[in-house]
Design a protein around this ligand. Structure first.
Ligand code: OAD
Length: 243
């Protein structure tokens, strides 16, 4: 483990440009359950029934029940050591960008500035009738589905299954993948495309891949140069100490 951490730190130190791809695992230590796994959100809520755009359109109140539960948790959550380490790395010039699949805003709360939100953000609501954008506040979603002053139904500014990734997020993320020489892949099961393609594109363009996860993923044997098994909030501080 120590050797892997030192090797990872050396790769980061030698690199000209380092990017990170993060997933739900980095927010687990902030009290936000990941999607998959034994305690995953998708164990309680079937994603086909609750996370697909068609389900939202058919029954927004039902889907909003799940969203409001998640929002209550996100509102209470604070960035953890993993988020804070990435923010410190950006400040010290060791990390250029973060591509996150998370919709909790915790990277920005930790002070990270160059964050690409691949699946949107829950902290903004959009009216499906007039397009007005409203900051997410607890009072707004107390009654579900929450409504815009115009009477239209509000949706969170996130990507539902069945919807395309915003073009800007794709363009920016793929550009990062092609131009970085080290990519940290932290707390993602790497099974949802196109996000899961990002480390593969990075690797094909010459980057070294450092994976941090509590368990192995499809990337571990096929793509990662170094896989460090452990919690992001414990491994990242060790890497930062060695930078
Ligand atoms: P997942 O829930 O699929 O995977 C979380 C990953 O984090 C797993 O590989 C865990 O082993 C790992 N993990 C858990 N705790 C950890 C910790 N403390 N430190 C490090 N790793 C840890 O979440 P994502 O890969 O982010 O999309 O899921 C991808 C997408 O699928 C999400 O963005 C969401 C979901 O359905 C949409 O909603 C569109």
């Amino acid at each position: 483990m120590d050797r892997k951490i030192i090797s990872a730190a050396l790769l980061i130190k030698k690199a000209k440009k380092v990017s990170a791809l993060t997933g739900a695992g980095i927010s687990a230590e902030s009290g936000i359950a990941p999607f998959r796994g034994s305690n995953g959100i998708w164990k309680k809520y079937d994603p086909e029934e609750y996370a697909h755009i068609d389900s939202f359109m058919n029954n927004p109140a039902k889907v909003w029940k799940m969203i409001s539960e998640l929002l209550d948790i996100i509102f209470k959550a604070e960035p953890n050591k993993g988020h804070l380490c990435l923010s410190a790395m950006e400040k010290s010039g060791c990390l250029y960008s973060i591509i996150t699949q998370n919709v909790d805003g915790l990277h920005q709360a930790a002070g990270s500035r160059n964050v690409i939100e691949f699946h949107g953000n829950n902290m903004l609501l959009i009216c499906m009738a007039c397009g007005k954008k409203i900051k997410t506040e607890k009072e707004i979603y107390r009654k579900i589905p929450p409504l815009c002053p115009c009477g239209g139904i509000l949706r969170p500014d996130v990507v539902f299954f069945g919807e395309p990734i915003p073009q800007r997020a794709i363009t920016e993320s793929f550009a990062e993948a092609k131009s970085c020489d080290v990519m940290l892949v932290i707390g993602t099961s790497a099974v949802v495309t196109p996000a899961a393609e990002i480390p593969i594109i990075a690797k094909e363009n010459g980057a070294k891949i450092i994976e941090i996860n509590i368990e192995s993923t499809p990337l571990t044997d096929a793509v990662a140069n170094i896989s460090i098994f452990g919690k992001a909030g414990e491994i990242l501080p060790e890497i930062v100490k060695n930078l």
